[in-house]
Design a protein around this ligand. Structure first.
Ligand code: ADP
Ligand code: GLC
Length: 483
């Protein structure tokens, strides 16, 4: 049986700041269903430790900087998965996000907090648990980026363990001042162009890209894009060199969590065959938010981190295209203060048409996908994107910029794709407000043709977005690397 150790900083539903957590939470089940034996290693954030059933101490191990740290093990109750948890309260039990303090500044010792994740993962690869040793270590994003460097340099006897590194977002790289290198316990040679040095600094992302046996990204298009100067974030040269060990596996939807036919968070369940409940969800949300209760006008939704990546300044610039036509918009997000203020200001001026909630609210996100007709995802870049897929599942047609995973999942309502039954949303090519406005116009035009709208919505909701396909691809990759 293929034994896989998954290494990540977040895991849904215990700890989530974005899509990474959704994927880390869904992959173990998906791979187990495909015949693997998956365990996870996680930092000991409070929510994760609290979920650990009958925890026991696996080992005390010395961190590279000489501190004794405790590794616990047990079963995560919520996920039903065996987990190793790094129990160092002074590192992980803090206020703020996993990465930042309450002032939204990165914690000053992040290099140690996340080096430890890679360090413990590598130890687990090579015998820390005498009863379980993985064939493959699968680490995610910069937080787990040192895993493969530690594995490459760790002395060991017995079989080599394969390492796979998945890039969820190349823009977040975990770059630290060079002096921090001495904390990491890696040989001097690792701090070089042929290693994890990046313009004189230490890069956890580059470590993952350089030392892993194989790199995956979360969509095929993003795997190509990051090899270009425009989207390579300074790492495109290395990625081109490693092209033969780089591939894209499209993310999927955890249908146990995101399914309008069973979703306990929404006003009324519905499905492609019985869509009536969707109208009830729309009415309920309009009432909840004090919007005009109207079935005959399209309701647009945004559920997003409010950051530069997500292209939301284009939505602000194009708002009139929605409001002038009598459309409505609901926004749920948190992030850049300037975007938060701008959205709130516009909503205050149009209370019957626009509602903005700043914050993070999982249940509200479900109600938005269920209630809205259109999900806006105009990202500047998007490694995969999950909200457009949630939009598809919930019959909220995605309106997206043609980039990354958005390009791989959404087919515009062009006449030919409508005729062939392939269309499932709206896509614009140029990253500018005018192009977004044209796509918004197309959405209004289709919405006015009720029968066609229902047809496209049905096709969107019936699309296969579950994990089977991705799990098969990961398993094939793991098997090839272990052969
Ligand atoms: P990213 O990981 O870049 O933020 P994704 O589309 O992959 O983008 O995943 C975002 C995830 O975070 C989705 O599950 C989405 O529903 C969720 N999300 C984003 N912002 C919020 C919010 N303010 N409240 C609740 N869920 C949110
Ligand atoms: C990242 C990306 C997003 C992707 C998610 C899960 O946060 O920004 O596009 O869907 O990871 O892979």
């Amino acid at each position: 049986m293929m034994k896989v150790l998954q290494v990540s900083a977040e895991i849904f539903p215990l700890l989530k700041t974005g899509g990474l957590a959704d994927i880390a939470g869904a992959l173990p089940q998906a791979l187990n269903a495909a015949g693997a034996d998956v365990r996870v290693v996680l930092p000991g954030f409070a929510a994760i430790l609290a979920d650990l059933e009958t925890p026991s101490v696996l080992a005390q191990t010395l961190a590279p900087w000489g501190e004794l740290v405790r590794v616990c093990q047990g079963r995560l109750r919520t996920l039903g998965v065996q987990a190793y948890v790094i129990d160092v309260p002074h590192f992980y039990q803090r206020n703020g996000t996993p990465y930042e303090n309450l002032q939204r500044q990165p914690h000053g010792d992040n290099h140690r907090r996340f080096a430890l994740l890679g360090w413990v993962a590598a130890q687990l690869a090579y015998g820390l648990d005498a009863h379980w040793q993985p064939n493959v270590v699968h680490s995610h994003d910069w937080h787990a980026g040192l895993t493969s460097a530690y594995m490459a340099f760790m002395p060991h006897s017995g079989a080599r363990v394969a390492s796979v590194f998945t890039v969820h977002n190349l823009a977040y790289q975990g770059v630290f001042a060079p002096s921090y290198f001495f904390d990491l316990g890696l040989p001097h040679g690792a701090f070089s162009l042929n290693g994890l040095e990046f313009h004189g600094q230490v890069s956890f992302m580059k470590s993952g890209l350089y030392y892993a046996d194989h790199i995956t990204t979360v969509s095929p298009t993003y795997a190509r894009e990051i090899q270009t100067h425009e989207q390579g974030c300074g790492l495109d040269g290395l990625l081109r060199e490693r092209a033969s060990a780089l591939s894209g596996i499209l993310n999927a939807v955890d249908e146990a969590v995101w399914n309008p036919a069973t979703d306990p968070a929404i006003a009324s369940v519905y499905s492609a065959d019985k869509p009536a409940g969707k109208a009830r969800c729309k009415t309920a949300l309009q009432q909840e938010l004090g919007l005009a209760v109207r079935a005959d006008t399209p309701l647009f939704g945004v559920v997003s981190r409010l950051t530069e990546q997500k292209g939301l300044h284009l939505v602000l610039a194009s708002l009139d295209a929605i409001l002038r036509r009598g459309g409505q918009l609901v926004v749920l997000g948190t992030g850049d203060a300037a975007l938060e203020v701008a959205f709130q200001g516009r909503a205050a001026a149009y209370p019957m048409q626009m509602s903005v909630r700043i914050g993070y609210d999982e249940a509200f996100a479900h109600r938005i996908f269920a209630a809205t007709d259109i999900t806006l995802v105009p990202s500047r870049f998007e490694p995969c994107g999950l909200t457009q897929m949630y939009g598809l599942k919930y019959g909220s047609l995605p309106l997206v910029h043609r980039v990354g995973g958005l390009a791989d999942t959404v087919v515009d309502c062009s006449l030919e794709d409508l005729a062939e039954g392939r269309a499932n949303g709206f896509v614009f090519n140029h990253f500018e407000a005018h192009a977004l406005e044209r796509a918004i116009c197309r959405a209004f035009a289709l919405f006015a043709r009720a029968a066609e709208w229902r047809q496209v919505r049905g096709a969107a909701m019936r699309q296969k977005l579950g994990w089977e396909n991705a799990a098969t691809q990961y398993m094939a990759l793991f098997q090839r690397l272990c052969a």
